[in-house]
Design a protein around this ligand. Structure first.
Ligand code: ZN
Length: 121
């Protein structure tokens, strides 16, 4: 499962960080997730709670921030947000520039999935 492997990678890095800092417990985890990943914060929290049982991160709180997608258009140099309805979550999204309609764009935000910081004790 894609979502579980992403969640597992996040928890691995959290536990690794906690270990390096001699933490007894992970209190809170701050995560940023790009909207283009189609990850659902509620689902992720549920997976985190399940896979952290018996670890230092058991019972931690999760602060998950969704990052809006942003693109840069190579044709007209538009940089900025794209509208949600242009994204199709279940297939490879074809994202077009809202200014000129060209598909030759770079995605500059919206695909991230990273731990910003953790609070430990
Ligand atoms: Zn454009």
């Amino acid at each position: 499962m894609h979502k579980i492997s992403i969640a597992g990678a996040i928890i691995d890095s959290v536990l690794d960080c906690a270990k390096k800092n001699d933490a007894n417990k992970v209190e809170e985890v701050f995560i940023e997730i790009g909207e283009l990943t189609a990850l659902n914060p509620d689902q992720l929290t549920f997976i985190f709670e399940t896979i952290t049982k018996g670890t230092a991160a058991e019972g931690a709180k999760y602060d998950i921030k969704i990052v809006k997608p942003r693109i840069h258009c190579k044709k007209c140099s538009y940089s900025g947000n794209i509208e949600l309805f242009e994204i199709h979550h279940f297939f490879l999204p074809v994202i077009k520039c809202p200014e000129c309609g060209d598909a030759d764009i770079d995605i500059i935000a919206g695909r991230e999935c990273c731990v910003k910081k953790i609070r430990i004790s």
